[in-house]
Design a protein around this ligand. Sequence first.
Ligand code: ASP
Ligand code: MG
Length: 412
Amino acid sequence: MKFGGTSVADIDRIRNVARHVKREVDAGHQVAVVTSAMAGTTNRLVEWCREAAVLHDAREYDAVVASGEQITAGLLAMTLEAMGITARSWQGWQLPIYTSEAHATARILDINGAELIARFKERNEVAVITGFQGVHRETGRITTLGRGGSDTSAVAIAAAIAAERCDIYTDVDGVYTTDPRVVPRAQRLDKIAFEEMLELASQGAKVLQVRSVELGMVHNVRIFVRSSFDKPEDIDPHATPPGTLICDEGEIMEQQVVTGIAFSKDEAQISVRRIEDKPGVAAAIFVPLAEANINVDMIVQNVSADGATTDLTFTVPAADFDRAKDTLNKAKSTIGYERVDGATDVTKVSVIGIGMRSHAGVAARAFQALAERRINIRAITTSEIKFSLLIDSAFTELAVRTLHSLYGLDKA
Ligand code: ASP
Ligand code: MG
């Protein structure tokens, strides 16, 4: 059971979480709980680090920001004990949860679940574990997994103790076909395949940290996204509660062609014009961007018409737009191009569904529907189970609603 920041935002809510845990324990389940920091806490800690020293040591940053989860894990264990449930808190280094040394963006390498399993059996003890943090084995220093990392902690711990399921309790009651704030007729999905969820999360849906889905897919940990605001006493622990199960596609009987639509407004488009069409230019462009740690997406290169020059378009996070242009400027003499054009008021809309593998013409229908609404498409990329369109941000809502209806996702 993993509880996000809003679910543990104060003592009352922690008590509510404890009642959810009690329900599962009473039903005879062995339970490990992963907690986030109270809502807003991590932001405040990050802010303090910046105020203390702009160029701070990432190891000390981790020492500071990991502390939010220590508080909630301790408070929850205490609350459970007060309710008569045997529980203890664990910090990352105590299990231990070993990670890489990449402070602030560490990756989990190995988790020792043996002690937790032994205690389930011997004492029926609930383990309350700090999300977000781990420890680097060689240096012994505390690490954190990147913002939103407690989802990843939860899935990794679920794998380490061979859990039947990893329940992610959050402030929404599942994964929707698209953002319900934009499309009121969006529907909650009962099930979604790992691959689809991975695409949804990478393309802008903010329910889960992308890496948690990746981990779930690799270790085949079934992830269930559900609301922590449902009253614990109203839930039958043996029935299927409302929520979305992220699972292997083999578990999904009725597969729609399109499962969901994601969009991201935080995109910027960069077009490099009249590049010399010769071996090595793509490397000359993208290696410096990679070295600057700029994440590139939607790469589109045209086939040269004159055999001499070509254009190359790609997207970067809007926050990296200026840095990306600087990087290209500095590399201008090695790359050899005429000019760089860019736009920041663009949105990437992605249509996702495993059914696309076996259906032709799925994207063509979208092009038609958007044309009827006079929405211009700036760039298109496709993969096996997804296609993405870059459009002007002004048309985001109209485009997403149009596509949502087109693929039969609207709630009746
Ligand atoms: N508390 C951390 C954050 O806010 C980790 C998490 O909640 O997932 O990013
Ligand atoms: Mg989160």
